[in-house]
Ligand binder design. Structure first.
Ligand code: CAA
Length: 258
């Protein structure tokens, strides 16, 4: 496994556990973190032995945002000319599922990266926010769009205009996170969920992820058509034959990923 400067990466069975590891900066997301994450996700996506990833941080911070010290002296030309945050969109092109396991602060870019994951499991200590307005800027890694889609306009608008934080209970009520878990159990529970996903038929995992994501990109008619095409396509797989035969024969499926 490659050596990462800002991440700890370990395999737990078919699950890749990626831990952000810049404790001195509360896991602030600098260019090195992006490089490391993209490299780790590419390795994960290409590894047939791996079915699901978990991205987590520390007890105190999932990530406290983009690295303010890295950005502070940048001007418009540097930001716009290099399209500074564009590389983060590659994060969302990961084909296999990535679960965010969030404890502590998920602020600014930290909240945005959690929302780039396929779903968020939150520790009861989690705090979500888009406080960029207090720095004279705005979300820049998709937060204004993904937060609005996740929690609706009223709450998203309040969050970005005031910069206030949402605790885990509010985030669950608002639909930002799928579940709240006691902090001490967060990573184990996330790995357990990821292990269950990684045990599913691999092509069906890819298709299910792709179609839910399509709901954010299309209207209802197009989205339903997209779903139907992928659904129909799964009937060309061996795992569909195996899955339905296994159900009828009352035994577990034995997946080949074909
Ligand atoms: N960038 C760089 N360094 C950061 C950081 C960030 N986003 N967040 C925290 N740090 C650093 C601090 O500077 C500090 O370093 P030093 O010890 O060298 O001073 C260290 O991490 C510990 O932080 P604090 O001492 O501030 O810890 P705290 O417990 O008192 O406060 C906090 C925690 C409330 C999260 C506070 O650190 C904070 O407000 N951080 C910034 C949050 C923020 O504004 N995030 C948005 C960033 S902009 C962005 O993300 C743009 C975008 O959309 C792409």
């Amino acid at each position: 496994m490659p050596d990462y400067q800002t991440l700890l990466v370990e395999k737990r069975g078919r699950v890749t556990l990626i831990t952000l590891n810049r404790p001195q900066a509360l896991n602030a997301l600098n260019a090195q973190v992006l490089d490391d994450l993209l490299a780790a996700l590419a390795v994960f996506d290409a590894d047939e032995g791996q079915g699901c990833a978990v991205l987590t941080g520390s007890d105190k911070a999932f990530a406290a945002g983009a690295d303010i010290k890295e950005m502070a002296d940048m001007g418009f030309a540097a930001m716009y000319g290099t399209n500074h945050f564009a590389g983060w969109e590659r994060f969302t092109q990961t084909r296999k599922p990535v679960i965010a396991a969030v404890a502590g602060y998920a602020l600014g870019g930290g909240c945005e990266v959690a929302m780039m994951c396929d779903f968020i499991l939150a520790a009861d200590t989690a705090k979500f926010g888009q406080p960029e307005i207090k720095l004279g800027v705005s979300p820049g890694m998709g937060g204004s769009q993904r937060l609005t889609r996740a929690v609706g306009k009223a709450k998203a608008m309040e969050m970005v205009l005031t910069g206030r934080m949402m605790d885990a209970a509010e985030a669950e009520r608002a639909g930002l996170v799928s579940r709240v878990i006691p902090a001490a159990d967060l990573v184990d529970e996330a790995v357990k969920v990821a292990t269950a996903i990684a045990a599913m038929p691999p092509l069906a995992v890819l298709a299910n992820k792709e179609m839910v994501n399509a709901a954010f990109e299309t209207n209802l008619t197009q989205g339903v058509q997209f779903e139907r095409r992928l659904f129909n396509g799964l009937f060309a797989t061996q795992d569909q034959k195996e899955g339905m035969a296994a159900f009828v024969e009352k035994r577990p499926g034995n997946w080949t990923g074909k």
